[in-house]
Structure formats: structure tokens, C-alpha cells
Design a protein around this ligand. Structure first.
Ligand SMILES: Cc1cc2nc3c(=O)[nH]c(=O)nc-3n(C[C@H](O)[C@H](O)[C@H](O)COP(=O)(O)OP(=O)(O)OC[C@H]3O[C@@H](n4cnc5c(N)ncnc54)[C@H](O)[C@@H]3O)c2cc1C
Length: 103
């Protein structure tokens, strides 16, 4: 099986990149790794709508976990990438696990 394409950082940019890959037809295995426990969300509302109470956290999210699963985007939440081995196309998670990635 081909190594997955891995996006490190499940913020706005990482989340949008994963969704766009699917929208544009990428069908390979796709993993989105983020050290936060949440699905990707937009930060600007944190200091605006969320503070004012006109928006909730779900409303800041790019999508929910069900949608990520439907799209076949494996979201490893609460996982930090601690090391890259670019010559070997591998990365290591904070828990010690190594993952190969598409190079
Ligand atoms: C309160 C607030 C209000 C803002 N308001 C505005 C605004 O009004 N207008 C505007 O233009 N911009 C605003 N910004 C800035 C805007 O949110 C950022 O420019 C934007 O979030 C950048 O997106 P990003 O995905 O590149 O980075 P980030 O949002 O920083 O996402 C990066 C993600 O990667 C994760 N990560 C980092 N290292 C690792 C690792 N080693 N392993 C796993 N995961 C990792 C981080 O935890 C994070 O979730 C605001 C930011 C904040 C905090």
C-alpha cells in the first residue's frame, strides 16, 4: 500500500488543505495530524463572535468529525509531530509512533 499523504497541523490552513485535496479529487490515503483536541477551526471568531456569544465553537469549525470521516480524512487529534526524518519519508508522533509519508 502506498504511504499516506500527511498534513501536519490541523488548523485553518491544514484543515482547508485536506478538504481541498478531496474536493479536487485526491483519493489516496490522507492523514491530518494536529496537537489540539478539536477538528480544524477558524481562530478569528475566538476574539469576536465567540466572545460576544453570537457564535459557538462548532460554528467556527471548518467541518465536523463525521464529515472528515465521510471524506476519508484520518484526523489524529491531540497528537503532536515531534520529529521528521525527511530522507526516510517518516515522521514521529509525541507518543513515539513512527508513520511513513508519501514523498
Ligand atoms: C484570537 C485570534 C484572533 C484572530 N483574528 C484574526 C482576524 O480577525 N483576522 C485575521 O486575518 N487573522 C486573525 N487571526 C490569525 C489567524 O487566526 C491565523 O492567521 C490563522 O489561524 C493561521 O492559520 P494556520 O492554519 O496557518 O495556523 P494555526 O491556526 O496556528 O494552525 C496551526 C495548527 O498546527 C498545530 N501544530 C503546530 N505544530 C504542530 C506539531 N508539531 N504537531 C501537530 N500539530 C501542530 C497547532 O496546534 C495548530 O492547531 C487571529 C488569531 C487568533 C489567535
Amino acid at each position: 500500500m502506498d504511504a499516506p499523504l500527511i498534513i501536519v497541523g490541523a488548523g485553518h490552513a491544514g484543515g482547508r488543505a485536506a478538504l481541498t485535496l478531496r474536493e479536487e479529487g485526491y483519493s489516496g490515503r490522507l492523514i491530518l495530524i494536529g496537537d489540539e483536541p478539536h477538528v480544524p477551526y477558524e481562530r478569528p471568531p475566538l476574539s469576536k463572535g465567540l466572545l460576544q456569544g453570537s457564535q459557538d465553537l462548532a460554528g467556527c469549525s471548518l467541518c465536523d468529525s463525521t464529515r472528515l470521516a465521510e471524506l476519508g480524512i484520518e484526523h489524529l487529534a491531540g497528537n503532536a509531530v515531534s520529529r521528521l526524518a525527511p530522507l526516510q519519508h517518516r515522521l514521529q508522533l509525541a507518543d513515539g509512533q513512527w508513520l511513513p509519508y508519501h514523498g
